[in-house]
Design a protein around this ligand. Structure first.
Ligand SMILES: [Zn+2]
Length: 148
């Protein structure tokens, strides 16, 4: 995970300042709800961040319209990344909360071109609790959906 962590208050966070044009960025495109710009860290060439223009911290804080706009912008950017950099793979990465790997607390999605042995790592420890547990988890979520 990146070592940089932005603890600025809402409205003063680095992405809000970037959206406001107060700090420079290498902008790729923008629309009413989203802005796409080059990640300063560039895991691989063509690594872009898609952020909401409005300050919202996590996936749980953005509106359904913003969620739709972010993925539409990500797809548009991904097509451009494929055309311009031709990576053999691409990963979308979106982190929520410090434990989830979020380091800038303003909602954003990484469009990350991938190459063999590029050093990007995400451990994926399969635990396979079995069908009864899966059914119980699904029942909890169905109940939560009805509450929401
Ligand atoms: Zn912000």
């Amino acid at each position: 995970m990146p070592m940089f962590v932005d603890h600025s208050p809402p409205g003063q966070c680095i992405f809000c300042r970037l959206v406001a044009g107060e700090i420079p960025s290498a902008k790729v495109c923008e629309d009413e709800l989203t802005v796409a710009f080059m990640d300063i860290g560039q895991v691989n060439p063509g690594h872009v961040l898609v952020a909401t223009k409005r300050h919202a911290v996590t996936l749980l804080d953005i509106t359904p319209e913003e969620a739709a706009a972010v993925l539409q912008t990500a797809q548009r950017v991904a097509r451009a990344v494929q055309a311009a950099f031709d990576p053999p793979g691409m990963t979308l990465f979106q982190a929520n909360g410090p434990v989830g790997g979020q380091t800038v607390f303003h909602f954003h999605l990484h469009v990350l071109p991938r190459h063999e042995d590029d050093g990007m790592a995400l451990a994926w420890p399969r635990k396979e609790p079995g069908p009864a547990v899966l059914q119980a988890y699904a029942a909890r979520l169905r109940a939560a959906l009805q509450d929401g």
